[in-house]
Ligand binder design. Sequence first.
Ligand SMILES: *Cc1c(COP(=O)(O)O)cnc(C)c1O
Length: 375
Amino acid sequence: MNLVQSPARPCVGLAETVIDLSVVRDNVKTLSKRIRPGTEIMAIVKADGFNHGAAQIATAAIEAGATWLGVARAEEALQLRAAGLTEPIMIWLYDASELLLLKDIDVSVSTVAELQQIASAPNVHNVHLKLDTGMHRGGSAPDQWIELTRTAAHYEALGTLRIRGIWSHLSHGDEPDASHSTRQLQLLRTGVALARRAGLTPDFVHLANSSGALTLDAPDCNMVRIGAGLFGIDEVDAGLRQPMQFVTKVVQVRRIRAGEGVSYGHDFIAERDTTVALIPIGYADGVPRIAGAQASVLVRGVRLPVVGRITMDQFVVDAGDLPIEVGTPVIVFGNGDAGEPTAADWADWAGTIPHEIYCGLGTRVPRRYVEGTQR
Ligand SMILES: *Cc1c(COP(=O)(O)O)cnc(C)c1O
């Protein structure tokens, strides 16, 4: 795979996300050191790698030791294959009509009906049976599990599918109190024992997401599924870092007088004469409109508040008497090292979580990949 290597420049074009792949590799290595030796890492690169670029993030994660890839949907898995990634991939949401396309993609199965569909599909499929251990968002109901595992063993004996994994998902992985997770692990352990009794021999048992991998010791499991952690969304303070910086530049500067208003509806009225700067990104690019009243961006080392409503394509900041000009670089968010806001700050301002800030980035914001200090 060809990763784009560009020279260090503050911002190419009007706006871009700059993604440091060495940080992704470091995050994988940090996580590896914190989990039981021998535990495999499935890098979860759903939603285009939380909008960091699924193929590039997957490649970096694999270079750092991940051995599996996970995405939600069939189309996402096919895109990884098209990008040349050959590692095993698991998906957990698909339609029966997509099974024909899914050669070499492992699928999650929660019901006997799904298992029957897969058994009758032409390609042999590797299956991960999913047990609901308490999340109650998909997975086999515990009282259906014996039937599911027996049916699976039947199909396996016929050679129509192979049960490669048994898995579940934590509902409270990011909580310091591990009692929920521990209970879920116990239920998974029972589920695996029942599956073995039915004759299944899964290669993989997996439960934890990023935060769960860091907080739950799960000797029953030999794989963890790491999404947020790749991107430095660090719910348990494990020293993970954000690889993405969202940068743009000033496109217009003007003075306004005390009493003059800015943007639709004049929600902001200047209290004094001031300089305002136009920033050429808006909610279509992923800048949450609702964050406007609290948000700020970093310009020349100074946090400048957003004033007036964030619109689809642009917003305005109050530069006070800071000397700025057309082309002055603006950091919307990054890892916070230079004093810029983080995605978590934007999430606070917008009443959401950083995952949604990343997922909300607009498709018209180009990505540039860098290594280490190249940004
Ligand atoms: C998103 C997701 C993950 C990754 O969780 P993080 O908290 O992002 O690490 C793991 N498993 C499943 C099923 C998911 O949907």
